[in-house]
Design a protein around this ligand. Structure first.
Ligand code: IVH
Length: 679
């Protein structure tokens, strides 16, 4: 017997080894490289042949054989394992400003002036796993647990085809510990749930839960049926004689040994490039086949990483950028109606306070009656609130199915909540307005605030509380009354000290000399923004000429169409408005006409781009002032761009500007330039 078996075992052993190599290669191509080299049917032939040979020669079966991924029997529980090196977590930040602070800190600690190279990669929302290989063979797979101690889930990890059971290549370390994230691709999650639904089985809640639950199955055969994969993002430990000097290099090594690494990983230099990378990844977030909960940024150089060191649980050399969630769920506890400068009545939802987009929000605009109808909103409803950047929070969706029994319908007021005048909605308009004009205190307060605002008469210190007091005490009935207020009277107002009263008085008096464009804008004519006001000032050169202009001559002004022309003409038809202008002039307001016939606007034919956050001006104000100077404001940078204004957080556009050698101004320089040009 022995004599006939031995040669066949030797032959079989050689074939088994050849089949394992082939199957490993095809597995790697399919599950790691996403580039299948043979058909499933051909693969099955190889696999079945190997399984049959192993069945004939059980002594030749090894734990690294591809047939052994699913072999293990169910266990009672997972033994716990101590991590030789703790599995750390990451510090996080939510704004680009904080990301810049991270970079500043790194450079300060490293005493470096020049830009630092950072490895950037998506932060996969899955399950952290540690793998250990000895002599190239998988020995252990463990969960992160509390970072010090995790669970031994080796049998389950072995079922993932993207996890090599033996390392590829000849040049392999004796000991290697790999870190990575196991996840369920979105597409696989959906397909899995579809099949479960069809079979009447329980569906998975989301890909993350799916991955975590699948890895913690006591029966590895269940795990094997779950579509899991793994991206490796780092080496935990390796033999001392492996000279790997950077994060990116370690990923290259891992890929060579057969691990799956994220192809979106990049090494970029300097924080601007990091921000650009982050913006890029976040922009394609929806198209990725996995969920991410941010971007991980690591100092690439290992020597620098070591120099920076580790805080208690988080390394100093890395950070996770996690943008604040832009939507949150909360309850509508009431609806108020606000009356603005033009009498527009805006419904505002009062919310149970909720943290969203980086701030706590307790109000959200509902825009108008049509929007309330579209949302089918009632008071008491649970709603999704969205706030992105500095945009006013909005209610985007209502959870109708969770409506409480005592939810109340919202009725739009028929009378102004401030002055009780009728609320009117013109034919074909979505906006309802209070029919009183300057006699409505709300319209008057907002009109005065607009009059005093920075782009208009720029009266510092005239805030909302103060204006409300002036209107309530009937000290001011229109903007011209402001110029009659004396110091004693102002000092007698609530929360007004003598010194502030004097300052405010000086500010009001000092506002009498303002460029004509600002005075026109300050009047608050509907549809007349700063740019239109500037165009009107250039064209008419005095309030008197503007007042007398008919619709036709108004339309001769650049950018003034029929709608705007009608609003202007209608404004001056009203006696009270003509009277206001006369009273302003009588009070000493002395609008300065623009310099006589400037041949060209100073920035005519120029294209400017605004990017990042501006602090002293809103984007809108900056745009209007540039346009008033004749510039076109564009959203993208090209070789044709004349200038880029970049505030903190500027990303791609700033990089584009540098590439095209377009001059860049920071906000301070920009303000200076504006003032020069506007003078
Ligand atoms: S690096 C020393 N890179 O995020 C820092 N972590 O808070 C080690 N994660 O549970 C982590 N994708 O599993 C790193 N590309 C990535 C990651 C990543 C996901 C997870 C990680 C850990 C958590 C860190």
């Amino acid at each position: 017997m022995a004599e006939t078996e031995r040669p066949s075992a030797v032959v079989a052993a050689a074939e088994i080894e050849r089949l394992r190599d082939l199957i490993d290669q095809h597995n790697h191509a399919y599950h790691v490289l996403d580039a299948p080299t043979i058909s499933d049917a051909e693969f099955d032939v190889l696999f079945d042949r190997l399984a049959a040979l192993e069945a004939e020669h059980p002594a030749l079966v090894t734990p690294e054989s591809p047939t052994q991924r699913i072999g293990a029997a169910p266990s009672e529980r997972f033994p716990s394992v101590q991590h030789p090196l703790p599995m750390l977590s990451l510090g996080k930040c939510t704004t680009f400003e904080e990301l810049r602070e991270f970079d500043a800190r790194i450079r300060r600690l490293l005493e470096r002036q020049e830009a630092v190279a950072y490895a950037c990669e998506p932060k996969i929302d899955g399950v952290a796993v540690r793998l250990f290989y000895a002599d190239g063979r998988l020995q252990l797979g463990a969960t992160r647990g509390d970072g010090e101690t995790g669970e031994d889930i080796t049998a389950n990890v072995r079922t993932l085809e993207s996890v090599p059971l033996r390392l590829r290549g000849d040049d392999i370390p004796a000991q290697l510990e790999v870190r990575g994230e196991v996840y369920m691709p979105r597409s696989a999650f959906q397909a899995f749930n579809e099949r479960s639904r069809a079979a009447g089985e329980r569906e998975l809640v989301n890909p993350r839960n799916g991955a975590a639950g699948s890895l913690r199955q006591l029966d590895p055969r269940v795990t094997a049926r779950r579509p899991l994969t793994m991206y490796c993002y780092g080496i935990g430990r390796i033999d001392a004689d492996w000279p790997i000097s950077s994060h990116v290099e370690s990923l290259e090594r891992l890929a060579a040994w057969g691990f799956r690494t994220n192809p979106l990983t990049r090494c970029v230099t300097g924080i601007d490039a990091v921000i650009e990378y982050v913006e890029g990844v976040l922009a394609q977030r929806g198209e990725l086949d996995y969920d991410i909960d941010g971007v991980v940024i690591k100092v690439d150089d290992f020597a620098a990483q070591d120099a920076l060191g580790v805080l208690t649980r988080t390394p100093r050399y890395a950070i996770a950028f996690k943008p604040a969630a832009e939507e949150a769920l909360t309850r509508v506890v009431g609806v108020d109606f606000q009356v603005g400068r033009t009498g527009a009545v805006t419904p505002v939802a009062r919310l149970e306070p909720v943290f969203v987009g980086g701030v706590t929000v307790s109000n959200a605009t509902l825009h108008n009656a049509d929007e309330i109808a579209r949302l089918e909103l009632r008071i008491g409803d649970l709603v999704w609130v969205r706030r992105a950047g500095d945009v006013i929070p909005q209610v985007v969706r209502v959870e109708h199915e969770q409506r409480p029994d005592d939810a109340r319908t919202i009725s739009f007021p028929e009378r102004c909540p401030v002055c009780a005048a009728a609320v009117e909605r013109a034919e074909g308009e979505v906006v309802a307005r209070c029919s009183a004009r300057r006699t409505c205190p709300a319209q008057l307060v907002h009109g005065l605030l607009h009059f005093a605002s920075r782009g208009a008469m720029d009266i510092q210190g005239l805030g909302e509380k103060l204006v409300a007091q002036l209107v309530e005490r009937e000290l001011v009935r229109d903007a011209a009354d402001l110029y009659e207020l004396d110091v004693d009277l102002l000092a007698g107002l609530e929360r007004m000290a003598e010194k502030s009263a004097r300052n405010l008085h000086a500010a009001i008096q000092g506002s009498r000399q303002r460029p004509l464009a600002r005075v026109i804008y300050a009047l608050g004519i509907r549809e007349v923004g700063e740019a239109t006001a500037a165009a009107l000032a250039r064209h008419f050169r005095s309030l008197d000429a503007l007042e007398k202009a008919d619709e036709e001559s108004l339309q001769a002004v650049r950018d003034v169409g029929p709608v705007v022309a009608r609003e202007i003409a209608e404004f001056f038809v009203q006696e009270e408005n003509r009277e206001l202008v006369a009273r302003l002039l009588a009070a000493g307001v002395d609008p300065e006409p623009p310099p006589a016939q400037p041949a060209r606007a100073p920035l005519e034919d120029q294209t400017w781009v605004l990017t990042g956050t501006l602090e002293a001006l809103t984007r809108k104000e900056a745009k209007a002032r540039l346009e008033a100077l004749g510039a076109r404001v564009s959203g993208s940078v090209s070789a044709q761009t004349d200038c880029v204004v970049a505030g903190p957080g500027a990303g791609q556009k700033l990089t584009d500007a540098r590439r095209h050698e377009v001059p860049v101004l920071d906000e301070a320089a920009f303000l200076e330039r504006l003032e020069e040009l506007e003078a």
